[in-house]
Design a protein around this ligand. Structure first.
Ligand code: ADP
Length: 490
């Protein structure tokens, strides 16, 4: 019995043994300590009834349990919350075990009492934390959504409903990619850091969320899903996009302004070098001719003198043309030229223009004209039309050296006058065909032929004023055809 006493006294659990009526036969030291510690209990004593040493509030329950043990002869458990003498709460787990004799009658009752206060306190703490966490998630001013590894939604807070319009019941056990997210998220890989994701709300409206993703792991580190936390940044994104658009527009405007500025500076440079070159050549030719005449005026023959004077004439006319071109160009450039439409006696006007060009070029080329089916009168700005025809014909002749003719076809189709000037001259490289309408631009092949690079830009400006257009069709080595379309002034 000493051995049993020592065993009973050395276990942590309180043990009380009673007879079937609940009279105490034996108890161990932990039982005594535990009972003394509790409020409103009497000290344990052998021979005393269990209900008498218990807290008065528990007596009814204990007598009920003892009755049950006598009838049912099965374990009875009960969990009790007491106050100790210091007023703190103590949690005890009571386990009543019936001990039966060989006749299957109740011979004893074992009562094991375990103090589970630390576990209970821990459990309560966890429950409180979980409740707090749940409240926090529910009421957070952020979208919080959890999914499993296949992307099925498992958690959905109130703010998610506010932002998306989907209620919890709409989304549970549905795939996040099917119901909400437009952008693709690989659930196996997850996302890197924070990402802006496009979503679709219940009424189909697109919104952007700034989402971060955290893996949900089991105790041993296996990923069982993800939690997304996000903010609705639709407004911000819209604002940012409009800013980006504005910046892009401004940048483009600035670039265009810069390119125009650069073009103007280049044009100025080309203008200076062109005029100095174009003026120096005729001036030195004139100077040479006048010197010759001065030195030889006594012995010079009439023919020789006539030839020299013609040279001077030609050079003066070249310079006059150049100055006219420069003036016409700068007038057009400054916006000073305006449209001055009037009736033009078309055939006479065309024939005169052709004659003028022939004279200017010493009739080096025959101009093959096709002016059939033209009306008597065409209403447009005569000066501008003259600019166009003279420049195109002059170019056709100038850039077809060694050929003896160029062609000019004029037609009236509906409201438009269509003029084509064709030559079989040197032609224009494909790359140059769009550039030649810019001022002072001359192709590389023509450096040996006199020119200012202004003619076609004057043509272009004149056409702009008349709301006309020009196209070029040219093959290097085979010739060029320029076609202009000019609508009649209404
Ligand atoms: P310019 O004839 O004084 O050089 P233009 O503005 O009239 O100036 O012409 C620009 C450039 O276009 C010319 O320098 C030449 O390279 C090219 N071009 C124009 N007309 C023709 C043409 N009929 N054949 C070949 N090249 C031409």
């Amino acid at each position: 019995m000493d051995f049993l006493d020592s065993l009973l006294n050395n276990i942590d659990e309180a043990v009380i043994i009673t007879d079937p009526t609940g009279r105490i036969l034996l108890f161990n030291e932990p039982a005594l300590i535990q009972n003394n510690m509790l409020e409103a209990t009497k000290p344990l004593k052998e021979g005393e009834y269990l209900i008498n040493v218990s807290n008065p509030k528990r007596r009814k329950v204990i007598s009920g349990i003892i009755k049950e043990l006598n009838t049912k002869k099965q374990n009875e458990k009960s969990f009790v919350e007491y106050r100790n003498r210091q007023g703190a709460t103590v949690y005890l787990d009571h386990n009543f075990v019936p001990v039966l004799n060989t006749e299957n009658e109740l011979s004893h009752i074992y009562l094991f009492v375990r103090d589970i206060t630390p576990q209970k306190v821990y459990e309560k703490k966890l429950t409180t934390q979980a409740t707090n966490m749940h409240t926090l998630i529910e009421q957070a001013n952020a979208v919080i959504i959890s999914v499993d590894t296949l992307g099925y939604i498992t958690d959905w807070n109130t703010h998610s409903s506010v932002i998306t319009g989907f209620q919890k019941d709409d989304v549970f056990a549905r795939k996040i990619s099917e119901i909400l997210i437009i952008d693709h998220i690989d659930m196996k890989q997850g996302m890197d850091g924070i990402r802006e994701i496009m979503i679709r709300t219940k009424n189909g409206e697109p919104k952007s969320l700034l989402l971060s993703q955290t893996p949900n792991k089991t105790g041993n580190g296996d990923v069982i899903g993800y939690t997304f936390v996000g903010q609705d940044v639709t407004e911000l994104t819209g604002y940012r996009k409009s800013l980006e658009k504005k910046i892009a527009e401004r940048t483009q405007q600035a670039q265009e302004a810069l390119a125009n500025e650069r073009k103007a500076v280049e044009a100025k440079g080309r203008f200076v070098s062109m005029t100095s070159h174009e003026l120096r050549t005729p001036l030195s030719t004139i100077q040479f001719a006048t010197n010759y005449i001065r030195r030889n005026h006594a012995k010079i023959s009439d023919d020789d003198l006539k030839g020299r004077l013609e040279t001077i004439d030609r050079q003066v006319s070249n310079m006059t043309q150049l100055l006219e071109d420069v003036l016409a160009y700068s007038r057009a450039e400054s916006g000073a030229s305006t449209l001055q439409p009037g009736p033009i006696a078309l055939k006479d006007f065309l024939n005169n223009s052709v004659e003028e060009v022939g004279h200017h070029n010493g009739n080096s080329h025959l101009v093959i004209k096709d002016f059939r089916h033209l009306p008597d009168v065409f209403k447009q700005d005569e000066k501008l039309l003259r600019n166009i025809i003279i420049n195109l014909l002059n170019n056709a002749i100038k850039y077809s050296p060694g050929k003896d003719s160029v062609e000019m076809v004029v037609r009236k189709v509906h409201n438009d006058l269509i003029i084509t000037v064709r030559d079989q001259g040197i032609g224009i490289e494909h790359n140059d065909q769009t550039k030649i309408f810019d001022p002072f631009v001359r192709s590389d092949q023509v450096s040996h032929i006199q020119g200012t690079g202004l003619g076609l830009s004057i043509v272009k400006k004149s056409l702009d004023l008349m709301k006309g257009s020009i196209t070029v069709d040219s093959q290097p080595g085979f010739g060029s055809a320029f076609t202009v379309i000019i609508p009649e002034y209404q």
